[in-house]
Design a protein around this ligand. Structure first.
Ligand code: SF4
Ligand code: SF4
Length: 267
């Protein structure tokens, strides 16, 4: 039987997800031997421009160049997988969305009028093309990519996670750092899959696996953290760090900034 053809690509991001694939030292060679690798930007300079069975794409669509590349990859791939938070929701880059144009930002930061970048508002892949599977993380977990690749070899897609980090905390019997230490933990709205790594170390979750799609309740998290004495702006920025493009967080940000503008206008 012919081996499936695989391509691994990067758009705008740090390259950390490809690095996690390379970090699978014990399984990598066995696993990759089941595929014909046609592109693996971080792993090899070899490249062949052919039709693919599976494309793994990390990074956000943040430039016109990214968008063109993504469309080309989608066109030639049967299955397209978004790898990591940048490819799912734009990640940290998306914090600037809805704030000001790049030209205004260049002016504000550097005092220059140039607008020479081909930038777009950073978004995940699904904002532009059909995506068959999303694997969250900043970066992804090795176990998850391993599970996804082995499922694909069997012709299936792996199960997706739709519950929060808090569930993994409970399963591990970790004390809740939000309740017991008053730390600003984002576990209640963050997609599980890391085995509650940070609370397990006595740290608060900063939400690096992104909000649970269609389930995250940002308003409830805001209320809880306000009650704990955290500043509203701090909480919103914390939510937007990995969730700038998520609808619930965008709505909350908009509501708060409209309320602030109104209050300032009345002063
Ligand atoms: S420590 Fe954080 S993730 Fe764990 S149960 Fe508490 S709020 Fe949830
Ligand atoms: S606990 Fe939160 S911040 Fe820590 S690895 Fe998991 S999702 Fe990321």
């Amino acid at each position: 039987m012919a081996k499936p053809k695989l391509g691994i690509f990067s758009l705008t991001g740090c390259g950390g997800d490809q690095l996690m694939i390379l970090n699978m030292e014990n399984e990598l060679l066995d696993l990759l031997s089941y595929f014909e690798i046609k592109d693996f930007q971080e792993g090899s300079s070899y490249h062949e421009d052919v039709e693919l069975d599976i494309a793994l794409v990390e990074g956000s669509v943040s430039t016109e160049t990214d968008l063109k590349r993504l469309k080309e990859i989608r066109e030639k791939s049967k299955t397209l997988i978004a790898l990591g938070d940048c490819a799912i929701g734009g990640c940290v880059q998306a914090m600037r969305n809805g704030q000001m144009s790049m030209a205004e930002r260049m002016k504000k930061v550097y005092g220059v009028e140039e607008d020479y970048y081909d930038v777009l508002e950073p978004k995940g892949l699904s904002a532009h093309v059909k995506v068959d599977l999303e694997i969250p993380g900043c970066p992804i977990e090795k176990t998850e990519i391993f599970r996804a690749i082995t499922s694909l070899l069997h012709g299936d897609l792996p199960e997706t996670i739709d519950y929060p980090v808090c569930v993994e905390c409970k399963l591990n019997g970790y004390p809740c750092v939000l309740v017991e230490k008053g730390m600003p933990c984002l576990g209640p709205l963050t997609t599980a899959g890391c085995d509650a790594r940070c609370p397990g170390l006595g740290l608060d979750c900063i939400g690096c696996r992104g909000p649970i799609p269609d389930e995250a309740n940002a308003a409830a998290e805001l209320d809880v953290l306000l009650e704990k004495g955290y500043d509203e702006k701090y909480i919103i920025n914390r939510l937007r760090f990995f969730g700038g493009n998520f609808e619930d967080i965008q709505k909350l940000t908009k509501k708060i900034s409209e309320r602030r503008n109104k209050t300032e206008g009345n002063e």
